[in-house]
Design a binder for this molecule. Structure first.
Ligand code: ARG
Length: 270
């Protein structure tokens, strides 16, 4: 029950959606002909920051750059564990310039950044479980990058294959609840990867397609509070049954770019 779930305060890196827009289509959610409400996007994003701060988390931010509309998706810029920063190498040429701006932030904050040689989209596909890394591939981050991450980080990297283009990043199909458990949408994975997840997490909280399409798996947990899209109602109920406290944060404007709560959040584990 809830009393047993212990939250741990986190350090998050974000990027204000000052230049956020859908100007190109690099995933099936993106429709450049459908406008984004910039004011609403900014309000929703401020709501996320308020929710994090109200729950004791620290939020730092990178200065947004004009012409980089997806820079708000801070998760994709790096993967940080034990103070080691595994930077990004974006699949889409449109996003490649983002890496330099994030690297500048990391360097100013006192970190060395390893720039991967193969496509790797930070926490979009690399997920820290507390003991090892779960690593997505199939649409963006490559197997080669998984090997490179393992070599650089010195932590085991377990590859998982994504098969549904709507769930093109691992963080759209799975999130870590705490050191012992995860939550995921099984159909986003290949048969073999589903089996791997079943063996690693026999008691995982599973989500259905409706909750997955509502960006319910693009959530952030601090061990007790789960910052989650409000439309993922069934999943929020299931999490509450497992003793977690769902904290609804609506980022619907960002769904138009294929992103949600987790995509907007990079965790710095120093
Ligand atoms: N439009 C962005 C892209 O397709 C969205 C990134 C979402 N980020 C994430 N961590 N899933 O690259």
């Amino acid at each position: 029950m809830s009393e047993h779930r212990v939250p741990r305060s986190r350090r998050f890196l974000v990027c204000e959606p000052r230049h956020f827009a859908v100007q190109y289509a690099i995933n099936p959610w993106m429709r450049p002909d459908q406008p984004v409400d910039a004011d609403l996007a900014r309000e929703q994003w401020q709501g996320l920051l308020r929710a994090y701060r109200a729950h004791g988390h620290t939020v730092e931010s990178v200065e947004p750059v004009p012409g980089l509309p997806d820079m708000v998706f801070a998760a994709n810029a790096a993967f940080v564990v034990g103070g080691r920063v595994f930077g990004s190498f974006f699949h889409a040429p449109e996003r490649r310039p983002e890496s330099t701006h994030y690297d500048t932030w990391f360097k100013a904050a006192g970190y060395d950044v390893h720039r991967p040689l193969s496509v790797s989209e930070g926490e979009g596909d690399l997920v820290w479980t507390g003991r090892y890394v779960l690593a997505g591939t199939g649409f963006r981050t490559t197997r080669e990058a998984h090997r490179e991450a393992q070599e650089f980080l010195g932590h085991p990297v377990i590859g998982l294959t994504l098969v549904d283009p709507y769930f093109y990043h691992l963080d759209t199909a799975l999130f870590v609840l705490d050191d012992d458990n995860v939550c995921y949408y099984p159909e986003a994975f290949s048969a073999g990867s589903r089996e791997v997840l079943r063996r690693l997490y026999p008691d995982a909280v599973l989500a259905g397609r409706e909750d997955a399409l509502a960006f319910g798996l693009n959530s952030v947990s601090d061990g007790r509070h789960v910052f989650i899209a409000p439309r993922a109602e069934a999943l929020a109920e299931r999490l509450a049954d497992h003793g977690y406290d769902p904290v609804p944060v609506d980022l619907s404007e960002f769904h138009k770019a294929g992103g949600g709560i987790k995509c907007c959040t990079q965790e710095i584990r120093s």
